[in-house]
Design a binder for this molecule. Structure first.
Ligand code: PLP
Length: 348
């Protein structure tokens, strides 16, 4: 692998941070409508919520323009990434993805018996689709593409990706993780879900953790061909880990267009502030299509994280191609000011 991630251990414990910018959480969520729905449904928590979950599946299917049979829900998209990572690799094989990328599915696939074939991103931080196609061999069980990508925040052209998925999914299933898609301007939000209707062998993951600000309420879904979902269902039940109130909160949040627009605008505003501040400091960064920004730092990752967290600021650090990088999640403008002030003190 070309990259390594550092996690500053104390950040995993409960501690008071002035700015918690280490987990790509949305500081504005959940929406007040989602909260109201959550509280109202809590008293029904003695029941399993299968019927209510199906109502939500129908609502999501309608929004995505697919059939309910194309949807599987989970307590966060992590659950579904991991399920796919287990089910497809029970007999070994390899998984092709970008390097660096989001590693949750890949780590579980490796633990199940897969090998990982990481293909470096291109110089403009987009996926090297031609390189990924070349990396596929007879042992490849899945191609994983995170678009926009984590930890880089970068985007791969949607037309090229659509063409790649359409063609290459004839050979091998493709998993497209769209956790951050809603942080793109509306006109650029090209989901790969349209390929499902064309019968293509793709799996698209979406989450309520990011734009909806519901990371702690745990809900997400995948859209896939019914055969793929049956394969998962044989081994591990979809939807079992989601709480009754969370289902209601997700449904209410989908209807809260005002909150979603506010989330988008505040995120864009925070990114502009960070770009401007880094410009003034003479620092470079990767232009972000997500809710976080990656930029190079001239300090070893672990000591950088410690210095930042000693000042109450939580961020992440990566080593990518022998260079240290900071990944900062977008918090409130107030938190971003604290972050920039602290960064100036720590790296000057
Ligand atoms: N996919 C990507 C690219 C992510 O960055 C994350 C979380 O940060 C997830 C999936 C998992 O999110 P969740 O399990 O909260 O849906």
């Amino acid at each position: 692998p070309f990259f390594k991630e550092y996690i500053h251990k104390p950040l995993l414990k409960k501690e008071a941070l002035r700015a918690k910018l280490n987990a790509n959480e949305n500081p504005y969520g959940p929406s007040s409508k989602a909260l109201e729905a959550f509280k109202g449904a809590a008293e029904l928590g003695n029941r399993y919520a299968w019927r209510e979950l199906f109502d939500l599946i129908e609502k999501i299917a309608h929004k995505e323009g697919v059939a309910p049979e194309n949807i599987m829900m989970g307590p966060g998209s992590s659950d579904l990434l991991e399920k796919i990572g287990i089910v497809l690799f029970l007999n070994g094989g390899n998984v092709v993805s970008a390097d660096p990328s989001y590693m949750s599915l890949i780590r579980v696939a490796e633990a199940t018996g897969a090998t990982w074939k990481g293909v470096p991103l291109k110089d403009d931080w987009s996926h090297d689709l031609a390189g990924m196609e070349k990396a596929i061999n007879s042992d490849t069980k899945l191609v994983y593409i995170c678009n926009p990508n984590n930890p880089t925040g970068s985007i791969t052209d949607s037309k090229k990706l659509l063409d790649f998925c359409s063609r290459v999914s004839e050979k091998v299933p493709i998993f497209i993780d769209e956790a951050y898609l809603e942080f793109l301007p509306k006109q650029d939000q090209q989901s790969m879900v349209s390929l499902i209707k064309e019968g293509k062998n793709v799996i698209i993951a979406r989450t309520f953790s990011k734009i909806h600000g519901m990371a702690g309420l745990r809900i997400g879904y995948i859209v896939a061909q019914p055969d793929t979902l049956d394969q998962v269902q044989k081994i591990t039940r979809g939807g079992m880990g989601i709480s009754y109130p969370t289902i209601y909160a997700a449904s209410a949040s989908m209807d809260d267009a005002e909150f979603l627009a506010m989330s988008y605008h505040k995120n864009t505003e925070a990114k502009e502030f960070v770009y401007n501040s880094l410009d003034k400091m003479g620092k470079t960064y990767v232009k972000s299509s997500t809710s976080f920004i990656l930029f190079p730092i001239e300090m070893e990752g672990k000591s950088f994280l410690k210095k930042m967290s000693d000042q109450g600021v939580g961020v992440r650090s990566f080593e990518i191609m022998n260079q240290n990088w900071c990944r900062v999640s977008m918090g409130t403008l107030e938190e971003m000011k604290i972050f920039i002030n602290t960064l100036q003190k720590v790296i000057g």
